[in-house]
Design a protein around this ligand. Structure first.
Ligand SMILES: Nc1ncnc2c1ncn2[C@@H]1O[C@H](COS(=O)(=O)NC(=O)[C@@H](N)CS)[C@@H](O)[C@H]1O
Length: 437
C-alpha cells in the first residue's frame, strides 16, 4: 500500500480526553475515530489489526474443534424472559421495541440465543459434545465507557458455547478452551495469565479470567512469578487427549485478581515470589452446568431414553479490547510496537528523498519486488521530509522499517531497522529482501 493513497488520518497532538496510552495511540495513528461514547469507527489501519486478531482467534478455535456460526446482534426479549435474565441484567442492556411493539434487545452476550438454536436442533446424547462459536458485536450500556476500545459500549467478542451430557464431559470442553486460550494469547504476542474469577451475571461456579499484564490494567493482580516461564501448549496438542495436566500446571500456582485475592494466604509457597501488578481481562471462561438448559428446556434423550438437560459453558475473548491491550503491553515513547502476527503491515518502506528520480525508481522497484514475494509493505512515497517519515512509521509501529536515500543508493546499500529492538543495520537490497521475504 502506498502511503500517498492510504486513508490514514494521523494526529500530531495528543487527544486531551484519552487517558491511557492505547487510546491515545489508536487515535493519533488513525486507527479509530469515536462515533459516540464507547462506540467507534474502525479505519483502515485499525481494521487490519482487528482482522488479524480475529484470524488468530478463529484459527485456534478451529484447532480446538469448535465450529463457527454467526448469531444476530438483535435478539428477542422473550428468550431472556425464559432464562430469567431479562430483568436481572439491568441498565447495561440496550432494550428496544420493533414496529410491531415486540420487545427486542441488542445482545450483550448470547447464551440464550445459542441455547435456543441448540434446543431446536439437537435431541440425542449421540450428538454431543458440541462447541459453537461466533465473532460478533455486542452492546453493553456501560455507565462510564472509557479507555477507548478497552471498555466500549459496542465491542467485538469471540464467544463460544459448549454443550455436554454431564459435568465430567463439560469439564473436558472447558479444558479444551482453556488450552486454546493459552495458545491464542501467546500467538497474539501477549502474556496472559489465567486467574480464578468471579462468575458475575453469566453465572456458574467454575470460571477463569485471562489477564494480560500491563501497567495501565484496570485491575490489580497477584500471581506467582513462575507464570513468566510456563510453556505454552504446542501446535500439535491433542485436543481429544487428556488436557487436565496442562490445566493443572497453569492453575496450581497462585494467581488472583483483586476481587479473589486472599492477602492472608499470600498464596505462594516458600521460595516462590508473589508478583503484584495490573492486568487487563482479555478472556473469561465459565462452566455453568444447566443454568440455561433447564429453564429453556434444552434437553437430549439419554442412552436409556431419559431426558437430560445439557451441561454448558461459555467462553469469551475481547477481540476489539485485545487491540488496545496489545498496545498497552507493547509500545514506547515513539508509538506502537506491533507483534509480527497482528501488525497491519510487515514492513514500512521509506523513500528518504522522494524528489530524487533515481531514489524513487529504486524504492518503487523494492516495493514491487517485496509485494511480488508476498511481503505486506506500507510504502511512504510521500514528499514529507525524512524526520517526519521516521516519526510516522514509529507511531504506526510496523515490525520493520526499510530506508533508502541517494547516499545509500550510490553505495548500494539500504538501512533496515527493527522497531521492537531499535537495531539498525546497513545491507544490500538483496540481503534486506532475503531477511524480509
Ligand atoms: N465493555 C467491554 N468492552 C470491550 N471488551 C469487553 C467489554 N466487556 C467485556 N469485554 C471482553 O469480552 C470478554 C468476555 O466477556 S464476558 O462478559 O466476560 N463473558 C461473556 O460475555 C460470556 N458470554 C462469554 S461467551 C471479556 O473477557 C472482555 O475481554
Amino acid at each position: 500500500m502506498r502511503l500517498s493513497k492510504l486513508f490514514l488520518p494521523v494526529m500530531k497532538e495528543t487527544p486531551a480526553d484519552a487517558q491511557i496510552v492505547s487510546h491515545r495511540l489508536m487515535l493519533r495513528s488513525g486507527m479509530i475515530r469515536q462515533s459516540a461514547a464507547g462506540i467507534y469507527n474502525w479505519l483502515p489501519l485499525g481494521l487490519k489489526v482487528l482482522r488479524n486478531v480475529e484470524r488468530i482467534v478463529r484459527e485456534e478455535q478451529d484447532r480446538a474443534g469448535a465450529q463457527e456460526i454467526l448469531m444476530p446482534t438483535v435478539q428477542q426479549a422473550e428468550l431472556w424472559k425464559q432464562s430469567g435474565r431479562y430483568d436481572a441484567y439491568g441498565p447495561e442492556m440496550l432494550r428496544m421495541m420493533d414496529r410491531h411493539e415486540r420487545e427486542m434487545l441488542f445482545g450483550p452476550t448470547h447464551e440464550e440465543q445459542v441455547t435456543d438454536i441448540f434446543r431446536n436442533c439437537v435431541k440425542s446424547y449421540k450428538d454431543l459434545p458440541k462447541n459453537l462459536y461466533q465473532i460478533q458485536w455486542k452492546f453493553r450500556d456501560e455507565i462510564r465507557p472509557r479507555f477507548g476500545v478497552m471498555r466500549g459500549r459496542e465491542f467485538l467478542m469471540k464467544d463460544n458455547y459448549s454443550f455436554d451430557l454431564d459435568e465430567e464431559a463439560a469439564r473436558r470442553s472447558y479444558n479444551r478452551m482453556f488450552v486454546a486460550y493459552l495458545r491464542t494469547f501467546a500467538r497474539l504476542g501477549v502474556r496472559a495469565i489465567p486467574m480464578r474469577a468471579d462468575t458475575g451475571p453469566i453465572g456458574g461456579e467454575l470460571s477463569h479470567e485471562f489477564i494480560v499484564l500491563a501497567p495501565t490494567g484496570e485491575s490489580a493482580v497477584f500471581y506467582d512469578h513462575d507464570f513468566n516461564s510456563l510453556d505454552i501448549p504446542a501446535d500439535d496438542t491433542d485436543y481429544d487427549g487428556d488436557l487436565q495436566p496442562i490445566v493443572d500446571n497453569w492453575t496450581s500456582r497462585y494467581a488472583a485478581t483483586e476481587e479473589m485475592h486472599e492477602p492472608t494466604a499470600n498464596g505462594v509457597p516458600e521460595g516462590h515470589k508473589l508478583i503484584t501488578g495490573r492486568g487487563i481481562e482479555v478472556g473469561h471462561i465459565f462452566y455453568f452446568g444447566t443454568k440455561y438448559s433447564e429453564p429453556m428446556n434444552a434437553i437430549v434423550q439419554g442412552a436409556d431414553g431419559e431426558k437430560i438437560p445439557v451441561h454448558m459453558g461459555s467462553y469469551g475473548i475481547g477481540v476489539s479490547r485485545l487491540v488496545g491491550a496489545i498496545i498497552e503491553a507493547s509500545h514506547d515513547d515513539n508509538g506502537i510496537i506491533w507483534p509480527e502476527n497482528v501488525a497491519p503491515w510487515h514492513v514500512g518502506l521509506i523513500n528518504l528523498r522522494s524528489n530524487d528520480a533515481d531514489c524513487t525508481a529504486a524504492c518503487d522497484d523494492l516495493y514491487e519486488k517485496l509485494g511480488r514475494a508476498g511481503v505486506d509493505v506500507l510504502y511512504d512515497d510521500t514528499s514529507e521530509r525524512a524526520g517526519a517519515k521516521f516519526a510516522k512509521m514509529d507511531l504506526v509501529g510496523l515490525p520493520w522499517q526499510l530506508m533508502l536515500g541517494p547516499r545509500g543508493l550510490k553505495a548500494g546499500i539500504v538501512e533496515l531497522k527493527n522497531r521492537a529492538t531499535g537495531e539498525r543495520e546497513e545491507l544490500t537490497p538483496d540481503a534486506a529482501f532475503a531477511k524480509l521475504a
